[in-house]
Each structure stands twice: as structure tokens, then as C-alpha cells.
Design a protein around this ligand. Structure first.
Ligand SMILES: Cc1ncc(C[n+]2csc(CCOP(=O)(O)OP(=O)(O)O)c2C)c(N)n1
Ligand SMILES: [Mg+2]
Length: 371
């Protein structure tokens, strides 16, 4: 079994939770307790207690992302999507669990180029996302951003960034704006295990912690940065520990379990909203497909991928629980059928939409006026 996803179980387990009274005493004598306190809280109550309806909602969103991405892969193969295209298959529980805990009226989100799933989890219309992928005028960035550069001011979704790690300092800027305006919002800045090795990430950690900015840094450790396994490129693969030098508390979360992600998000949000400053969450997950559509993924075995699919798939896990809660196989099949139809309509809409007018080349471009 690869050191994948749940398999961060290969890592030493966090310290066992102590009883509440002992915690208070420990906090009093150990000034570093705060750095562990969120992990302690997370270990005590690791999973969200979802009703059947809530879990069905999470399942539906994750399945929508998966079916959408599968369709995007097909359209790419047909030459209908150009440029880069990074699929989110396998990582669905991360975006769905986290976004479900956010307040869409005030919180903001920023991520890298693997962004379609995040947009869907945020409730954006699959049609405008597919239209963007296929470079159509009706796309969310008018067909000019493509897969990597999607944006929605309305939903406070600030990209979609192709430069690895660029979204981290920008996220701190968004968090600064929340604090400056006093709007009580929190920014969630997602980045990868590869991006986590960039210098700008640590400059950002320092400022965000110093100014107690309302931000949750989320490392989506999908085990690879392009063709390089995180254990081959990272001296410290327990990414949640990397904020310690900046006094940012960390949380180690199973990103293949939507209920664990949701619960951890609540703990983090509570801390940040109370003015505690940044939190660093490590979400252990796995990407099933290559880095992008042009990656044959020869750096890992088929057996490795199959193993995660078989034993640790986030959608299958939710499905199993739904069945245990009394949901019927038939209604889940009907749900899948509806989702496939929605995705099919999105693809038809995209294919039937016109490309941008030539004049669009000159809009949304920042050009200094001549002196
Ligand atoms: C500054 C910069 N350096 C290098 C690249 C090329 N590049 C694109 S994705 C990537 C790997 C990033 O991996 P990770 O952060 O783990 O994210 P994942 O693709 O796994 O989601 C690299 C090196 C880039 N886009 N930007
Ligand atoms: Mg990665």
C-alpha cells in the first residue's frame, strides 16, 4: 500500500486526547499547547454527525464533481478542451467537506489550477464551468481563463491560479481585507504538497500569524507534485507541522472522508472566527488521474491507484454509510442518473455555445495608458 490518503495512517498517530481538566492544566504550564489544541479537539471528535439528508447532499456534490471531471476528461480527449486540464478525481471530499462548513455570504476561497471541483462544491453552475473549459463566451471567465483560471466575484471565489503557490500570499491579502473591513469573513487558501515547499508560503505564514489574519491554509496533500512523490521532495511530509515556527496551529485530517473534513473545518473555523489567527490544515488525499491530461503517470503503479480506489474512495465510503442509514441502492442509482444527465447537459450547452468575439481579446486586460 502506498503512503497514500488514509495511508497517512503510516504516519505516527497524533497524541491521544487528554481529559478536559488535564487540558486546561497543560495549557497553563505549556505555552505551546495552543499549537496542538486544534489537533487535540479534532482527535476527540473526528467526524461530523451528519443526518441522512446532509450526507446525501455531500454524496451528491462529490458525485457531481467526479462525473463532471470524467466528462471533462472525455471532452479533452476529443480535442474540445485545449491547454492544460487538471482533474480533481479522488480529492472530492476535500472541497465538499470544507466548503460545506463555510458561510457563502462572507467567506472567501482561493486555490490553484486544480479548481473545477472547488467551483462545483461552491455551487457554481456546471454549465458555465464546462463552457469555460471549452473556451466559450458563456464560460465563467468568458472563455478566456480556461481550466486553470476560473473566478467568481459573486461567490467570493478568487481563482484558479496557474502559478504554483501564488494563491497563498493572495489568500493572505483576502484575509487582510476581511479583517480590515471587519466583515467577519474567513479566507480558505488551498494549495498542494508541492506548493508547500515554496518560500512565499512561509513569508505568508509569518505575516498572517503576526497580524492574526482570518485565514485557513489548506494543504491538499494528494501525494504527488507532477511526477514527484511528496516523500521524495519534502523533508517534512507532516505538512500540518509546518506552521509551528510561526505559531500557527496545525490539523492532520483524512481528506478521503467527507465527514472528517467537515468536522475538522468546523473546529478550524471556530478558532479563526474567534480571532485566533491562521490555522494550517493538512488534508491527506489522492489523485487518481495523472497530474494533467498530458501525464501518463508512469511514476506509480496501477496497483497503487487501484488500491486507493478499492479501499479508500471518498464517494464509496459515503455511499456505504448512506446504505447503512437505510438509503436504497435504487435511489442512489437514480441520483447518479440525474447527475450524469446534468453533466451531459453542461457538455451539450458548452459545445453549442459560441466562442468569444474577437473584440474580447481587448477586454479584461490591464494596460497602462501611454504617457
Ligand atoms: C512557480 C511555478 N513553478 C512550477 C510550475 C510547474 N508546475 C505546475 S503544477 C506543479 C506541481 C505542483 O504540485 P502540487 O502543489 O502538489 O499540486 P497538485 O498538482 O498535486 O494539485 C508544478 C511544479 C508552475 N506552474 N509554477
Ligand atoms: Mg500534489
Amino acid at each position: 500500500m502506498p503512503r497514500a490518503a488514509a495511508s497517512k495512517s503510516a504516519k505516527p498517530k497524533p497524541a491521544k486526547a487528554t481529559p478536559a481538566g488535564a487540558e486546561v492544566a497543560e495549557a497553563a504550564k505549556d505555552p505551546d499547547f495552543e499549537l496542538r489544541s486544534l489537533q487535540v479537539a479534532h482527535t476527540k471528535q473526528p467526524r461530523y454527525k451528519a443526518s441522512k439528508d446532509e450526507l446525501t447532499g455531500f454524496y451528491e456534490q462529490m458525485l457531481l464533481i467526479r462525473r463532471f471531471e470524467e466528462k471533462a476528461g472525455q471532452l479533452y480527449g476529443l480535442g474540445l478542451i485545449g491547454g492544460f486540464c487538471h482533474l480533481y478525481i479522488g480529492q472530492e471530499a476535500v472541497a465538499v467537506g470544507l466548503q460545506s462548513a463555510l458561510d457563502p455570504e462572507r467567506d472567501s476561497v482561493i486555490t490553484g489550477y486544480r479548481d473545477h471541483g472547488h467551483m462545483l462544491a461552491y455551487g457554481l453552475d456546471p454549465k458555465v464551468i464546462m463552457a469555460e473549459l471549452t473556451g466559450r463566451q458563456a464560460g465563467i471567465s468568458k472563455g478566456k481563463g480556461g481550466s486553470m483560471h476560473m473566478f467568481s466575484n459573486e461567490k467570493r471565489f478568487y481563482g484558479g491560479h496557474g502559478i504554483v503557490g501564488a494563491q497563498v500570499p493572495l489568500g493572505a491579502g483576502l484575509a487582510f481585507a476581511h479583517k480590515y473591513r471587519g466583515d467577519d469573513g474567513v479566507c480558505v487558501a488551498y494549495f498542494g504538497d508541492g506548493a508547500a515547499n515554496q518560500g512565499q508560503v512561509y513569508e505568508t505564514f509569518n505575516m498572517a500569524s503576526l497580524w492574526k489574519l482570518p485565514i485557513i491554509f489548506v494543504v491538499e496533500d494528494n501525494q504527488y507534485a507532477m511526477g514527484t512523490a511528496s516523500k521524495r521532495s519534502s523533508a517534512e511530509t507532516h505538512f500540518h507541522r509546518r506552521g509551528t515556527a510561526f505559531r500557527i496551529p496545525g490539523m492532520d485530517v483524512n481528506g478521503m472522508d467527507v465527514l472528517e473534513v467537515r468536522q475538522a473545518a468546523e473546529v478550524a473555523l471556530k478558532y479563526v472566527r474567534a480571532g485566533g489567527g491562521p490555522v494550517l490544515m493538512e488534508l491527506n488525499t489522492y489523485r487518481y488521474r495523472g497530474h494533467s491530461m498530458s501525464d501518463p503517470a508512469k511514476y506509480r503503479t496501477r496497483a497503487e491507484v487501484d488500491d486507493v480506489r478499492e479501499h479508500n474512495d471518498p464517494i464509496e465510503r459515503a455511499k456505504k454509510e448512506l446504505l447503512e442509514l437505510g438509503e436504497s441502492e435504487e435511489s442512489l442509482k437514480a441520483l447518479d442518473k440525474r447527475i450524469r444527465a446534468t453533466v451531459g447537459e453542461a457538455a451539450d450547452f458548452a459545445e453549442g455555445s459560441p466562442e468569444p468575439e474577437l473584440a474580447e481579446l481587448y477586454t479584461d486586460v490591464l494596460v497602462e495608458p501611454r504617457a
